[in-house]
Design a protein around this ligand. Structure first.
Ligand code: GLU
Length: 510
């Protein structure tokens, strides 16, 4: 279909979060696009944990991320908790590997050791406006380029802390050939000599670990958020420095997720303000104790969330919106992803949730409804739940809303809605309801189909007004002038319960 896949090379993609907190919904979209791409090409999907920044590590984040994907139905072939032949997949367990590659760059003169303390760097920043550690300044700093080999070695043996910096040659055009953004050219003069490694914790920084792992894990495509685009030129230079340019992954930087309204990127504050979650699952912050809402707990269906996210930055090119995972896998096209930001229209997600409730069988929806019923103290036969669902599911956007729409099927009304009474319980309401009860009492077959024409005929013969009779009757059964078709209700309740409810209402209201 496209030339973004090299036939000689197996498609291998990775989702590589840093466990610094809950997974943001934008991260879920990134993982989903990786997943769709991998599945479409029969490739591998890797789950790598990028935890080299120990200062930002948050306990519980890794489990949270894994649980989110289990809930969403995104599965991985390899990685942390999945196993595989390229492990370990947690970067903090790969220290020795990175050290070897740092040494390789040092030996080749593509990196150097820098001893500048935070104070020294601060002083330079104060002295030079827009200070950047690069070709124009590095020779004024305390590093292995300005110190002799003996001095450098002595400092290291003496226990001085240092970092390893990437030596960037200025004045070269660095080309990032991005599958979504096209050819992006950046001049290396604007890049700084990024820190690749820190002696303080013997850990590489994100940039080095990310490149080394993508190389060793034979990653063919790097599909990630646009916020990583500024790092891409540096990554290209690193591949070149290692001599790995021939197996460099293809890049695809996904468009930003934008606020539902106004400018700028989607933030947690937008969600708090407008009342939608920005995390897949509820998150309990272990430090602050703060609880952030999640789509699962807010009663969204995982497949609706997936479908909604799939269309934030991509569409299949026709008007189709509701798609199964398999359809998305078949139709997905990385090169058709948009460059411009995708507006996070959460109302659309509510619409998807409704569509997914409608697209599921009544049995499936009933199963999802059972926990709500249990919580309300209702223990009804499953076939009754299925029937109740069939009567009201078209009215709801969320599973929990089924309860408000059908609670009266399971619990007789204990009170009657004022407004409904005012409108329908007047004049002859009590009289016609009592007469209707007598008529119903005499009916053998209480199925809705049989009953409806008989009652209609009875109303006509007596010269009653259908609306008045039936709405008054409805209020006695439901407690309000609401609910599905009245004969579906009597059918559901059965003769005994129908009459009991109508007569109880008569005794209270008459
Ligand atoms: N660890 C980075 C993150 O948290 C990975 C970025 C990338 O995919 O290269 O998103």
């Amino acid at each position: 279909m496209t030339d973004c896949v090299n036939k000689e090379r197996r498609v291998r993609v990775r989702f590589a979060p840093s466990p610094t907190g809950p997974l943001h919904i934008g991260g879920v979209r990134t993982a989903l696009y990786n997943y769709l791409f991998a599945r479409q090409h029969g490739g591998d999907m890797i789950f790598r944990i990028e935890d080299t920044d120990s200062g930002r590590f948050v306990p519980g984040a890794e489990d949270y991320i894994l649980e989110s994907f289990r809930w969403l139905g995104i599965d991985f072939d390899e990685g942390v908790s999945f196993g595989g032949n390229y492990g370990p997949y947690r970067q903090s367990e790969r220290k020795e590997i990175y050290r070897k590659y740092v040494d390789q760059l040092l030996e080749a003169g593509r990196a150097y050791i820098a001893f500048d303390t935070p104070q020294e760097l601060e002083a330079k920043r104060a002295e030079i406006p827009n200070f950047q550690y690069d070709a124009s300044t590095r020779l004024q700093m305390r590093n292995s380029l300005t110190l002799s080999k003996e001095e450098t070695d002595a400092l290291i043996t003496g226990g001085s802390q240092y970092v390893v910096r990437f030596l960037i040659e200025p004045g070269q055009d660095v080309v990032v050939d991005d599958l979504i953004r096209g050819r992006v050219v950046v001049n290396s003069s604007i890049l700084d000599d990024k820190v690749l490694y820190k002696s303080a914790d013997n850990l590489p920084t994100y940039h080095l670990a990310n490149i080394v792992d993508d190389h060793l894990m034979e990653v063919s495509h790097v599909i990630r958020g646009e916020e990583w685009l500024p790092s891409a030129p540096l990554h290209v230079l690193l591949y070149q420095a290692f001599g790995w340019q021939d197996t460099m992954p293809r890049f695809a930087h996904l468009p930003l997720l934008l606020k539902p309204e106004g400018n700028g990127k989607l933030s947690k504050r937008d969600g708090d303000r407008l009342g939608f979650p920005v995390f897949p699952l509820e998150w309990h912050d272990p430090k602050s104790g703060e609880i952030s809402s999640g789509y699962r707990e807010k009663d969204y269906l995982p497949d609706a969330v997936i479908n909604f996210l799939a269309l934030l930055g991509w569409n299949p090119g026709n008007d189709q919106e509701v798609m199964t995972m398999q359809q998305m896998i078949d139709l997905f096209n990385l090169e058709k992803c948009s460059k411009s930001g995708a507006r996070f229209n959460y109302q659309k997600l509510v619409w998807f949730n409704h569509e997914y409730i409608m697209s599921k069988s009544d049995e499936e929806v009933a199963r999802l409804f059972l926990p709500v019923l249990a919580e309300k103290g209702v223990d009804a036969p499953f076939d009754k739940v299925v029937t109740a669902v069939s009567l009201v599911k078209n009215r709801v956007n969320f599973i929990h809303e089924l309860w408000d729409n059908c609670s009266f099927l399971f619990k007789a009304p204990t009170e009657y809605d004022e407004k409904s009474l005012k409108k329908w319980w007047k004049e002859q309401a009590a009289e016609t309801t009592a007469a209707l009860c007598d008529f119903l009492e005499a009916q053998e077959d209480f199925s809705g189909e049989t009953l409806e024409p008989k009652v209609m005929e009875w109303i006509a013969q007596n010269g009653y007004a259908t609306g008045k009779v039936m709405n008054a009757f409805r209020v006695t059964l439901v407690g309000a002038a609401m609910g599905p078709q009245i004969f579906a209700i009597t059918d559901f309740l059965g003769k005994e319960e129908t009459l009991a409810r109508a007569r109880r209402a008569l005794s209270i209201l008459a």
